[in-house]
Design a protein around this ligand. Sequence first.
Ligand code: IPM
Ligand code: MG
Length: 368
Amino acid sequence: MKNFNIAALAGDGIGPEVMREAIKVLRATEKNFGFQLNITEAPVGWAGIDAAGKALPDTTLALCQQSDSILFGSVGLPDRDPTIPKEERPERAALLRLRKEFSLFANLRPVSLPKALAHACPLAKERQGDGIDILVVRELTGGMYFGQPKKTEELGNGQQRAIDTMVYTTSEIERIAHVAFKSAQLRRKKLTSIDKANVLENGILWRETVTRIGKQYPDVTLEHMFVDNGAMQLMLKPTQFDVMLCENMFGDILSDEAAALGGSLGMLPSASLGATTGGQTFGFYEPAGGTAPDIAGKNLANPIAQILSSALLLRHSFGLHDAAAAIEKAVTQAIHDGNRTGDIFNPLDPTAKKIGTSQMGDAVAAAV
Ligand code: IPM
Ligand code: MG
């Protein structure tokens, strides 16, 4: 029987309760598809600071290094201890550190609006067309998040200067462009590359490089869009997009915007992929939504983003396509059957029943 090692890092806020449901669903899948998952849990984020004094404890990092992939919850609690140095806060010390440590340069964020959730989309029905189905491909280890210099310096006269540096090399753009074109080939064969080539040097290099790589993918239609226009077009005509390719910061912003179109941030999974070696891709899978401290521990959070992230894990890291598809179908089924957490509940829908986090996990696991 095939055997896979997964590090499960639930983190803070709603992390632990949505992780519990994802593991429940993975266990149901394992039973039906004949493979074995060795899932080991470890603390990260504030949970890591509480357990071992560090957002990414050494034992957690070691576990990740020994695993085939990481299923991640979310980290960061804005209201906890403002005195801790910014470099030690969970967002930087755990999340960004892991992205860099494992060279997870390709972040895939698929957004779709299920028919039954049309009401949860902030756009009028006419603008939803036949359905919204977008894949945001976000570069994740370059740009302003990591470029040097990155610092705040004293200017002496009571003034400070903050510096972040946006930097990309040709090869960094090339490798993410290949991921985006290959993704488009498996979908509707349209790629919209987002940049700010009218202002930024980075934008010019981005556009030139993506155009050149595009010649290797003649079956994919490539178009370029400035990021400000891209943000507007998402609201005006989201159905025009298939794959959107973005640098790190633009992808951060546009993926949240796109997620809102899918009904709820609680529905948006993501895969962050490194290089493929020997047929296996090391990957990091997390919901895009964050810790939601206001609803944490109340059985209110939508676990679907975490559950769908575990489906992406099975597909992208282990090539378990049928099992991944089974989870995705089970989510669709659970929604079709009227199961709704608060974020996607419509009181005017007579078939909808409002349920909690664990009941949603039960419904999906049963459908698997
Ligand atoms: C995301 C998040 C992170 C990011 C934060 C928590 C550092 O917003 O994954 O989109 O900006 O990348
Ligand atoms: Mg974000």
